[in-house]
Design a protein around this ligand. Structure first.
Ligand SMILES: O=P(O)(O)O[C@H]1O[C@H](CO)[C@@H](O)[C@H]1O
Length: 287
């Protein structure tokens, strides 16, 4: 078993953070590629570079700053990961998801995940925002799962149910907020698929994923959602559609990392607005 992490390591990291910040967040937000700007909206910030926090891996992916920011967003205490860890960086899935269990020990109840993703649904446009309804875990189907190994019952059960991992009330709330903000033409709801990366999909892979019912594809998010759901957190996820995935050998569009980052930076404001509104409504009767 590859370097599975024990309870005391998560606890050590949580204690280290709790002794350095007065914030006691109930909400954690993970920022996807080019989406880290959201953390700047937090007031009364306490920020920690990942390299200072015991047990935290190092961030190497472009567009991921590598800071954990505590603060207040729309009156709610939050913790925000300005940059995440990916399997393709060479991290084990235990490391990729390390912060999520630390958040649990900090008292976090709701996890908001965001990512940049390519679209396979023909009706989606670049710049759209997809509320994640469900996921397909390609590495997971092949046996790569952060829940592999001896199960720690202090976090959750051996065989967790994943049929309703993405909270229905929060998804409905996000739809309503899209209408209220007059952006519903750019809001979609669909299935996210995690692939291992770091290469973008071949044409044959893209066609396969589309046939499987995938609406948007990326290289992250699912391991974090598995760990959060396993330990009983509410999960809400948004994908920012940064590109359409090429489906045809004649297709001239070639996706690049630069394009992904440019689109996510340009459109991050809309995503940020939805998240801020959603956080403001958390704890009300509908959320
Ligand atoms: O999922 P996030 O972290 O947003 O990053 C996405 O963007 C990168 C590809 O450009 C991949 O890492 C993909 O997963």
């Amino acid at each position: 078993m590859q370097d599975q992490i024990c309870y005391d390591n998560y606890k050590n990291s949580a204690d280290w953070l709790q002794s350095r910040t007065k914030h006691r967040p109930k909400v954690a937000i993970i920022c996807g590629s080019g989406l880290g700007h959201l953390a700047n909206a937090l007031e009364s910030q306490d920020a920690f570079p990942y390299s200072d926090i015991p047990g935290f891996p190092h961030c190497t992916a472009p567009g991921h700053a590598g800071r954990l920011v505590f603060g207040v967003l729309r009156g709610k205490s939050c913790v925000c990961m300005q940059g995440r860890f990916h399997m393709f960086e060479g991290h084990s899935l235990y490391k990729v998801t390390f912060p999520v269990r630390v958040f649990k020990l900090l008292g976090v109840e709701t996890l908001i995940v965001t990512n940049a993703a390519g679209s396979l649904a023909s009706s989606y446009k670049t710049g759209d925002i997809m509320i994640i309804r469900d996921h397909i875990n390609i590495p997971g189907l092949g046996g790569f799962n952060p829940l592999n190994g001896p199960n720690d019952e202090r976090f959750g059960p051996r065989f967790p149910v994943m049929g309703a991992a993405y909270d229905k009330d929060l998804r409905r709330l996000a739809w309503d907020l899209g209408k209220k903000l007059a952006i519903s033409d750019h809001v979609q709801e669909g299935v996210y698929c995690m692939v291992g990366g770091p290469n973008f999909e071949t044409i044959a892979e893209a066609r396969l994923l589309q046939r499987l019912g995938v609406d948007a594809v990326g290289m992250s998010t699912v391991p974090e959602v598995l760990i959060a759901s396993h330990c009983g957190m509410k999960v809400f996820g948004l994908s920012l559609i940064t590109n359409k995935v090429a489906m045809d050998y004649e297709d001239q569009q070639v996706v690049t990392q630069e394009e992904v980052l440019a689109v996510s930076r340009k459109k991050s404001h809309t995503l940020q607005t939805i998240i801020m509104e959603l956080v403001a409504h958390l704890g009300s009767s509908t959320a």
